[in-house]
Design a protein around this ligand. Structure first.
Ligand SMILES: [Zn+2]
Length: 424
């Protein structure tokens, strides 16, 4: 039954949805009222009520929040053949993602007030609210405004990478107290392995472990809150545990590709497509990450959406697109790995929402990532038992493919509201 906006008990701008709400305290049969005028959640009520109903087994989550996206659009426009804010936004909504944080490794990276403001202006083209990281590179300094930062330890796209650990230390000394996310691959280890036979061997686990030690040292020395991106090695987790026991602020992201694929699945016909940095790891590493995500030791499921075209992948570009399949991947975590809806809520909504809280615009009300009166009216309904087989031609990302093409997910995104307005 669909009751139109403005039905009895609702204002003209309000919509109600009922079903199983995934709330921090547990799953509750209830309804949520969204107001498209304020863009916020107007009420959360127990029990089914008026409005659109999503029967069991559908689950009503807050919109998902992805802390690691490469939307590729910047003032240069040099990479919009593979993605731009409009197409990344469509891919995000298709995947149930209603807010993401965009990485700074652009041809013209946002590293100071002027370049950050210029990228913010371009980012207004995004159909959904996003947060921009500012880049840290050799010789950069903190911005006056409050932003999350990203530092690349190891070569990446654009001019942001450091050539040595000494250069990293010299620069980070200026970022005291800031929130810095790290790409953890030690450039010196990578340099020593340049001649190895495969991509995976050229970027070994030791590179991540060594960079982890450096990031932790920086957290301690400069009072940084650090986040280690797309974490991939089980052995490195031990360093993080030790740092946390010392009271250091170290957060972790895991990406779908490191949780779903491992080196035992590489074949001649998929090694190029499944090339990424850090690379795929062993089945043991994959298991360790899944367990760490389940336990909450890895706080954030972040996609590292890297929309290179298939032609670019053939030439050896690293990275894979994920936004379109974010929600379907969550149903795989529930079905194949036994994640509970509350574990999903934590890594895909609550924790990333808390991370972004200091940077959100006023339009996000009392925050994102929780179904609560006054928070942003972003909702994603997952149907965990409606199998979905992604096809390249159906992807909204401009790069036009997915590493999951032809594979079967147990469920899919059923409906999405953004700021109180139905989008999917
Ligand atoms: Zn990345």
């Amino acid at each position: 039954m669909k009751i139109p906006p403005g039905a009895p008990g609702l204002k003209m701008t309000e919509t109600a949805i009922s079903g199983l709400l995934v709330l921090p305290g547990g799953i509750t049969a209830g309804s949520v009222v969204l107001d498209s005028q304020s863009g916020l959640i107007a009420a959360v009520r127990p029990g089914a009520s008026e409005g659109e109903r999503f029967p069991d087994p559908c689950l009503i989550f807050p919109g998902f929040i992805d802390l690691h996206v490469h939307a590729r659009e910047d003032v240069s426009g040099a990479e919009t053949h593979k993605e731009c804010y409009a197409t990344a936004g469509r891919a995000a909504l298709a995947g149930g993602v209603t807010h993401y944080a965009d990485m700074p490794n652009n041809p013209v990276p946002p590293v100071d007030e002027a370049s950050y403001a210029a990228k913010l202006e371009i980012a207004r083209r995004s159909p959904l609210p996003i947060t921009l990281y500012a880049g840290i590179g050799p010789g950069t300094r903190p911005l006056k405004r409050r932003v999350p930062y990203k530092a690349y330890l190891g070569p990446s796209v654009g001019p942001l990478y450091f050539r040595s650990n000494a250069e990293v230390e010299e620069t980070l000394a200026h970022y005291r107290g800031e929130n810095v996310s790290f790409h953890c691959e030690d450039p010196e280890v990578l340099e020593n392995r340049r001649g190895a036979a495969s991509h995976e061997e050229r970027r070994p686990p030791e590179a991540e472990i060594s960079a982890t030690a450096l990031a932790i040292k920086m957290a301690e020395r400069h009072d940084l809150a650090v986040k280690l991106c797309h974490y991939s090695t089980g052995a490195g987790l031990e360093l993080v545990r030790r740092a946390r026991r010392q009271g250091l602020r170290v957060a972790l992201e895991a990406a779908p590709h490191h949780l779903f694929f491992d080196t035992s699945m590489l074949r001649p016909d998929n090694t190029r497509l499944l090339q990424m940095n850090p690379p795929l790891r062993s089945p043991r590493d994959r298991r360790a990450l899944i367990e760490a995500l389940r336990q909450g030791e890895v706080e954030h499921l972040a996609s590292d959406h890297a929309p290179h075209t298939l032609a670019e992948k053939e030439k050896g570009m690293s990275g894979v697109p994920h936004l379109d399949t974010y929600g379907a991947f969550l149903t795989w975590l529930m079905e194949a790995e036994g994640f509970t809806p509350l574990q999903i809520l934590r890594c895909a909504c609550e924790n990333p929402g808390r991370f972004l809280r200091p940077y959100l615009p006023a339009a996000c009300g009392q925050g994102i990532g929780r179904i609560e009166t006054g928070t942003r009216g972003d909702i994603c309904v997952l149907d965990p038992r409606a199998p979905f087989t992604p096809r390249n031609e159906d992807m909204q990302t401009r790069c036009g493919w997915t590493p999951f093409a032809g594979m079967r997910f147990p469920g899919r995104v059923k409906a999405v509201w953004l700021g109180g307005a139905r989008k999917v």
